[in-house]
Write a protein that binds this ligand. Structure first.
Ligand code: GAL
Length: 691
């Protein structure tokens, strides 16, 4: 095994160099820093000292202030009050807690909403959001943007040089707004003008000859009604792009405003929900690094086994890690569930140990910062019943609070044995895999599905899941990534492509990479137009085959694909392939008029290989088996972890966690184990030193 791994590494020296890259914003020897949200404005100020003292005593290293406090920071227009916040920061500092300062933009005060009701988002169905919740003001409101920046200017002037403030979080869980207010309409038109310059260019790209869509002036263009049947696909695509751009530029504007006044020691981030198809994550270049928020138990995921719902989906944290890290090598987790939440469809108790396991799982991905929402359980407001680190009495630690404490103690233990020069196992590095991802493909396919059985993210997960069972480090990468860092690159359903990317993929394979492309790849250009050629013709030379046609069966009459004498059911998307000489067939169709024709093919190209999977199987079993066969062919050693068991490595440590309903037996030399045991129970954690 070892020999093979070395062989693979020999061909991928660039990959090794990259794997050693470490986060820069946080001292490596600290591994990770752990904090907790505290909202001083929610509690009697006589309790702040007690609470912050307890937070520090539990081992937390920082706290997080002023996320939803615009009304307290600017109680009337232009009248600022930072005295209460100054007092809270002084107390935090007394207990050596650093502070993350927030911009509060997602909770505008009522005076602003009443003075300028047009900041309130106007939805597609004509309803308007109102004061009383949060995230009701649209990022496409110029008023909202300018009032936000005025408030941030004051905040940044006040705290930008305060050494007690470690950094800033702008907004909260920023999202996109589909706002139909006049301001948003006008901003959309201006964005289009900037992009297209002429109305002719827009007519061409949007294909407006079809159905008399033609425009003669930008003023005639409205934000598309996405729910109106038959709406122009390009107009919709551009609106998705516009909305994502409104989000990323608003975050950039906030960060730039802070940086006008902040010392270089203070960083700026935000806390994204991992909305993979949002199109804005990673686009705000003024942010120094990015963080995500994660809730695991909220009534949706059943997890593994009868009680798996108390642990959540084993890929939920894994994928967030693997998506955020390549965008931001120094990344963090700004919110991680401390216990029961209030907003799920059903809000069960997590399994004892689950909170700590999630903490270790996010750590395993390489994060530098983790924080939990929130210290005290709220007694009033929308989030009553939400757990905190302490319960509603404000002092008694919750089970999750104790698990946070345990994690912090364990990290402190790890810090004492951290070895800067420690390496990671070569077999782990050898199976590093990239998944090529572009949210524009998701937008394009979901708008133009062709079969309601298709789900773009599910298709991607059919590849991601087996890779994690292999114990492969996975990076979700963009077109610009250096593909040669990865022995295997998978581009699932990469619908919208251009010749530049096809050439880059071709070079990657020629240079020794193993490329896997899957159905729907290359069907359209970057604007989502079909080629004036056979279906997906630009990729034929790369895959060594033509695509004769594609088929979408009815779900009540499914057929199968046969690979290695085994049948795999499918019902979503199947491409019937016509390979050239030199391309091998790995799977064929069965049961319909094209029975016997190829569904999966592979070929050598230069020093590498190209595999094309024309099919999307029902349950991902074909994808799993195919990947196992391919990695064996590539001589890449893989593990075979059961569903729910994850093993990752960072900073010279191996970390195993178990979301499954059965114990798992690891095989680590006893003297290497630092935390836990070789027997890894449900919700268990084992950490060991890489020897
Ligand atoms: C998050 C949000 C937090 C808090 C939390 C409750 O989505 O960012 O502010 O509301 O949910 O679980």
């Amino acid at each position: 095994m070892k020999k093979i791994a070395l062989l693979v590494l020999f061909f991928f020296p660039a990959f090794l160099a990259n794997a050693l890259e470490k986060p820069s914003r946080f001292p490596e020897k600290n591994l990770i820093t752990t904090g907790v949200y505290y909202y001083p404005e929610h509690w009697d100020s006589t309790q702040w000292d007690r609470d912050l003292k307890n937070i520090a005593a539990m081992g937390f290293e920082f706290t997080h202030f002023a996320e939803f406090a615009w009304a307290q920071l600017e109680p009337a227009e232009g009248k600022y009050d930072f005295a209460w916040l100054d007092k809270a920061i002084t107390i935090a500092a007394k207990y050596k807690l650093k502070v993350i300062m927030c911009t509060s933009t997602c909770t505008p005060p009522v005076w602003l909403s009443r003075k300028h009701p047009e900041i309130l988002c106007l939805n597609e169905d004509g309803t308007r959001m109102d004061h009383g919740s949060r995230q009701h003001a649209s990022f496409s409101s110029s008023y909202y943007r300018s009032y936000s920046l005025k408030m941030i200017e004051q905040l940044a002037k006040h705290y930008g040089n305060d050494p007690r403030i470690m950094g800033w979080q702008v907004d909260n869980e920023p999202r996109t707004f589909f706002d139909y207010n006049p301001d948003a309409q006008q901003r959309f038109r201006e964005w289009l003008k900037k992009k297209y310059t002429t109305i002719d260019a827009i007519n061409t790209t949007w294909g407006t000859l079809f159905w008399s869509n033609t425009y003669s002036d930008f003023a005639q263009i409205n934000i598309p009604q996405h729910k109106q049947w038959g709406m122009n696909l390009n107009q919709r695509l551009d609106h998705y792009r516009f909305a994502a751009n409104e989000t990323s530029t608003f975050l950039d504007d906030q960060a730039a405003e802070i940086k006008k006044f902040a010392s270089s020691g203070q960083w700026v981030t935000t806390n994204y929900i991992p909305s993979y198809d949002g199109g804005y994550i990673g686009k705000s270049k003024q942010l120094d690094f990015i963080t995500y928020t994660r809730y695991m138990v909220y009534g949706e995921s059943k997890g593994i086994g009868r009680k798996g719902y108390r642990l959540g989906d084993p890929l939920r944290i894994a994928m967030a890690n693997d998506f955020f890290r390549p965008i931001s090598p120094s990344y963090g987790v700004m919110e991680l569930q401390p216990g029961q939440v209030n907003w799920g469809s059903i809000n069960p108790q997590p399994t004892p140990g689950a909170v700590r396991m999630w903490l270790w799982h996010q750590f395993a991905g390489g994060s530098s910062l983790v924080c939990t929402y929130r210290y005290r359980a709220p007694l009033v407001g929308f989030e009553q019943y939400h757990y905190g680190i302490v319960g509603p009495d404000g002092i008694t630690p919750t089970p999750g609070g104790l698990e946070y404490q345990k994690f912090i103690q364990e990290i402190n233990q790890l810090r004492t044995i951290y070895r800067p020069a420690a390496s990671l196992p070569s077999s782990y590095l050898a199976r590093k895999t990239a998944i090529l991802f572009n949210n524009e493909n998701i937008w394009g396919m979901e708008m133009n599905k062709q079969t309601n059985q298709w789900n773009s993210m599910d298709h991607i997960m059919k590849y991601y899941k087996p890779l994690k069972a292999f114990g492969a480090p996975v990076d979700f990468v963009a077109d610009q990534a250096n593909f040669s860092n990865y022995p295997v690159l998978i581009a699932p359903a990469y619908q919208q492509i251009d010749n530049g990317l096809i050439e880059k993929l071709t070079e990657y394979a020629r240079g020794g990479g193993n490329l896997v492309l899957t159905c729907r790849t290359g069907h359209k250009d970057r604007e989502g137009h079909l080629w004036e050629a056979k279906f997906a013709a630009p990729i034929y030379a790369l895959i060594g085959a033509e695509i004769e046609f594609y088929d979408l069966p009815m779900p009540h009459a499914q057929d199968s694909v046969i690979m290695d004498h085994q049948k795999f059911a499918w019902k979503t998307w199947g491409e019937i392939l016509k390979p050239q000489a030199g391309t091998d067939v790995l799977a064929i169709y069965e049961g319909d008029f094209y029975a016997g024709k190829p569904a999966v093919i592979t070929r050598k190209l230069g020093k590498g290989t190209v595999t094309y999977v024309g099919i999307d199987s029902n349950d991902g079993l074909l994808e799993e088996k195919l990947l196992a066969e391919l990695y064996a062919r590539f001589h890449i050693p893989v593990e075979n972890y059961p569903n729910g068991v994850s093993v990752e490595y960072r900073d010279g440590f191996g970390i195993a966690v178990n979301y499954s309903d059965k114990p798992y037996a690891l095989n680590i030399p006893a003297d290497a184990i630092v935390i836990g045991k070789n027997e890894l129970p449900t919700a268990g954690v084992t950490v060991w030193k890489v020897m």
